[in-house]
Design a protein around this ligand. Structure first.
Ligand code: HEM
Length: 423
């Protein structure tokens, strides 16, 4: 199919399911012909918890996505929030679907509030503290893989990929084991913001109420968990408010879950589609796995975009962006920018600059969980590919209907070697 700018509406989840999610061929046309492109609001409602009734500028070049992520004075996360959606007029004040609720989270703040808040929550995510979690993460990963050690087949997304991120979060936050299953269900549901069948507001209120009661418990019985520290400790004389702690829990339930799960699934999907790359990887699994993960993040980012809002008039590549305009920063496109990545549509686990992808963002809002995500991905994939090196996709994949996440709802796999094509 040959595209021209305007042929695909990046705000229409149904069209994306048809043309490709992310629509890489279309994004290549934008980079070439309209690197700062006006995408009007989609004609029909997107469904789910948000509306999308205003159009936006799409930035598709790596340099521009990087610049807009870093130049927080001109491209704000606070003004319109970091999500490309528009709040519905009836979204309850303070909820994660109303602008004031979004702004109370870390992602929805600008400097100096963002810097102060990030300092308070970042202690749990330093490389030193994340390294301490490795034995716990390894234990869970081994148990998950033990569950499929003798299996012939499985549904990969929920049976294998989803568990580790959620269990890690439960452990880090000090959630009692009896509540893990419930937290897992909430986590799955809050990430599906465009699913009209889920009452996202209700789920969020339940999750919010649960976090609140947990914070109270941690005040009575501190246990050294991350949540307990947030609830009890002052950092430089500052303490997080209950609303900030609760909003941070909701953020983690979305940000720390869907993303790592889908990247795990994308690695297996891509190895199935590229047997030569699987062979290369298995020749030296510990040595090559970290770069294979970076290349997967570049090639198939689990989060395809975030939003900024222009704080002033901006001239970019000859196009005038007005103060107040919405700006869509396309990680999916930036990661395939031919100015930076040679042969960008090739999946190459030995690519020397794979880690220059922007899948974790850039600048002040750079993903707080990147070290944790990389550790989880390395651990589960090592365990899996040692135990079941030939795991491969064996049927149709069901993609998540979303303009935000490049996710999967179902991916059937078999564990024995695939039959060579043609035999
Ligand atoms: C492969 C996995 C992941 C990907 C691709 C990813 C992607 C991203 C991106 C693109 C941003 C930047 C948002 C912006 O600029 O507006 C971000 C921010 C963030 N991520 Fe991740 N993420 C991942 C895993 C995680 C995990 C495991 C956690 C925590 C458990 C986490 C927590 C956060 C938080 C708290 C922020 C907000 C940082 C801030 O605003 O200062 N992420 N992530």
């Amino acid at each position: 199919m040959s595209f021209k700018p305007g042929d695909v509406n990046l705000g229409d989840p149904d069209q994306l399911l048809e043309v490709g999610l992310p629509p890489h061929e279309y994004l290549a046309v934008l980079r070439r012909e309209a690197p700062v492109h006006w995408n009007p609001a989609p004609a029909k409602p997107i469904g789910g918890a948000f509306a999308l009734d205003k159009g936006f500028w799409v930035l598709s070049k790596w340099e521009d996505v990087n610049m807009a992520s870093r130049e927080t004075d001109r491209f704000s996360s606070w003004l319109g929030g970091p999500l490309i959606y528009d709040p519905k007029p009836d979204a309850p004040a303070g909820s994660p679907y109303a602008l004031d609720g979004i702004r109370s989270g870390l992602m929805g703040k600008d400097h100096p509030e963002h810097t102060a808040y990030r300092k308070l929550v970042s202690a749990g995510f330093t490389p030193k503290n994340i390294a301490k979690l490795e034995p716990m993460i390894r234990l869970h990963a081994k148990r998950i893989i033990d569950g499929i050690r003798d299996a012939d087949d499985a549904e990969f997304v929920f049976q294998v990929a989803a568990e580790l991120p959620m269990l890690t979060l439960c452990e880090m936050m000090g959630i009692p084991q009896s509540d893990w299953h419930q937290f897992f269900t909430w986590g799955n549901q809050v990430a599906m913001v465009e699913d009209p069948t889920i009452d996202a507001l209700q789920v969020n209120m339940e999750l919010w109420g649960y976090c609140q009661s947990l914070v109270e418990q941690k005040r009575k019985n501190p246990d050294g968990s991350m949540l307990s520290n947030y609830a009890n400790k002052e950092i430089d004389g500052e303490r997080l408010t209950d609303a900030e702690i609760n909003m941070f829990c909701v953020t983690l339930a979305i940000a720390g879950h869907e993303t790592t799960r889908n990247t795990t699934a994308h690695v297996i999907r891509l190895l199935s589609e590229h047997p030569d790359q699987r062979a290369l990887l298995l020749e030296d699994l510990p040595g090559r796995l970290p770069n294979a993960i970076e290349e997967t993040l570049r090639y198939s980012p689990p989060v395809v975009q975030f939003r900024r809002t222009a704080t002033c008039d901006v001239e970019l590549r000859g196009t005038h962006i007005k103060a107040g305009d919405k700006v869509y920063i396309s990680y999916a496109s930036a990661n395939r920018d031919e100015d930076l990545f040679e042969d960008p549509d090739k999946f190459d686990i030995l690519r020397s600059n794979a880690d220059q992808h922007l899948s974790f963002g850039a600048g002040a809002h750079f993903c707080l969980g990147s070290t944790l995500a990389r550790l989880q991905l390395r651990t589960i994939l090592e365990e899996l590919l040692v135990a079941r090196p030939q795991v491969h996709v064996s049927g149709d994949i069901t993609q998540l209907r979303s303009i935000w996440f490049n996710g999967m709802l179902e991916m059937p796999v078999q564990f024995a070697a695939a039959e060579p094509v043609g035999l």
